[in-house]
Design a protein around this ligand. Structure first.
Ligand code: SAH
Ligand code: SF4
Length: 383
């Protein structure tokens, strides 16, 4: 299998942000204010935002000079005052199964990972919301990374843009509209806890959903949280995307160990917030993610307890076979265990798909992400 792995070091020069404000990642209102501050007459501002927006988010253009429906001096004004910057791709690895993992560099020399997962009927981009994570779930590689900073909205939108660059997914002028999208879905399931970076995640998703740009529908975006209860409702009211919750255990005792945020908001509190979730309906069910750890949370009793806990919540359960990483304190449950668990959930009336691990050969699977700089730092210490 490893023979098919490719790893390219991409040397395409991309502007990291210089001192100029970055138009990427701004909401329409923010962009309007920025253009006015740079000298755009107020009366024209709305139209200018529309034009720039279409160039950047529909056509994927990041060079002001190529924005040919703008007068030359207006292009010069934009170039003198703004930049259009997305994170820089440092390496791209392609798994034998087609999964692509990008290591990207952001300001300050930090790095995050972005994963593209092609499937028969869809293509999912898994994006990060933070460098590292302040939470320390015991089964998650990202949680062992100390260094943390929130990503800006530009850095979050930029992950979608650089993946579209790499996949060649921007439309070509004059070509017929392509209906099948390579990136048809986005999951906020990369590094970080998105609800601890709510405003930037929200603004970024509004840019991605905007109909005159990348135009991904709100139901094609899923935000995964470990259970930051006070912020959960805002996911529905302020973003409108789908919700997934990292549930992983059926007793507080076990969940305290696996997902330590449970000590702050326990299972009962979390479930109450989910029952009240404003976006909840049968067509927009909450996904309960459940990582299968051998001998920890994978018994039939667990499955029956889970069914009881879910009662009254439109839900589906996504079973995730544990993905191992160097030094991980857990093992993946056996296939038999996972299937037996799935059957119990399914027979109780809930969809219970088992997530196929993707990109394992390039450490791109759920919970395996961690910045290479951080890894290098660690190994330097060991040596
Ligand atoms: N911080 C958010 C989103 C990122 S994690 C959250 O925790 O929900 C995305 C999913 O991968 C979560 O359900 C997480 O619990 C799961 N995950 C983490 N480490 C894993 C591992 N080693 N194997 C399988 N799934 C893992
Ligand atoms: Fe953070 Fe999610 Fe990993 Fe927990 S599972 S440490 S919340 S990224």
């Amino acid at each position: 299998m490893s023979a098919a792995i490719t790893q390219d070091v991409l040397t395409v020069p991309r502007k990291l942000s210089d001192s100029l404000p970055n138009l990427v990642g701004m909401t329409r209102a923010q962009m309007r204010a920025a253009l006015i501050a740079a000298g755009t007459p107020e009366k024209q501002a709305k139209m200018r935002v529309g034009q720039v927006w279409q160039w950047v988010y529909h056509w994927g253009v990041r060079d002001f000079d190529a924005m040919t429906n703008l007068a030359k001096d207006y292009r010069a004004l934009l170039a003198a005052n703004f930049t259009l910057a997305v994170p820089q791709v440092v390496t791209r690895q392609i798994s034998a199964d087609g999964t692509r993992k990008y290591l990207v560099r952001i300001d300050g020399g930090h790095e995050v990972e972005v994963v593209y997962i092609p499937e028969e009927d869809r293509g999912t981009l898994c994006i990060s919301s933070q460098v590292g994570c302040t939470l320390t779930c015991s089964f998650c590689h990202t949680g062992t990374q100390k260094l943390v900073r929130n990503l800006t909205a530009a850095e979050i939108v930029g992950q979608v843009m650089l993946a579209r660059d790499d996949l060649g997914e921007w439309p070509t002028p004059g070509a017929p509209r392509v209906e099948t999208r390579l990136i048809s879905n986005i999951v906020l399931m990369g590094m970080g806890e998105p609800l601890y970076n709510f405003e930037n995640v929200r603004d970024a998703m509004h840019v991605v959903m905007d109909n005159e740009g990348i135009a991904l529908g709100r139901r094609r975006i899923t935000l995964s949280t470990s259970g930051v209860v006070p912020e959960i409702a805002r996911t529905a009211t302020e973003i409108g995307c789908l919700l997934a919750v990292s549930f992983h255990a059926t007793t507080d005792e076990v969940r305290d160990q696996l997902v330590p945020i449970n000590k702050k908001w326990n299972i009962e509190t979390l479930l109450a917030a989910l029952r009240d979730y404003p976006g909840l309906s049968n067509s927009e069910r909450i996904t309960f993610e459940y990582v299968m750890l051998q001998g920890v949370n994978d018994t039939k009793e667990d499955a029956y307890r889970l069914v009881e806990l879910l009662r009254g919540i439109p839900a589906k359960v996504n079973l995730i076979p544990f993905n191992e990483w160097p030094g991980a304190p857990y093992k993946r449950s056996s296939g038999n265990r996972i299937h037996a668990f799935a059957d119990i959930i399914y027979n109780a009336g809930y969809a219970s798909p088992i997530r196929t691990p993707r990109g394992e050969d390039i450490m791109a699977a759920c919970g395996q992400l961690k910045s290479a700089t951080e890894k290098q730092r660690k190994s330097a210490r060991v040596n």
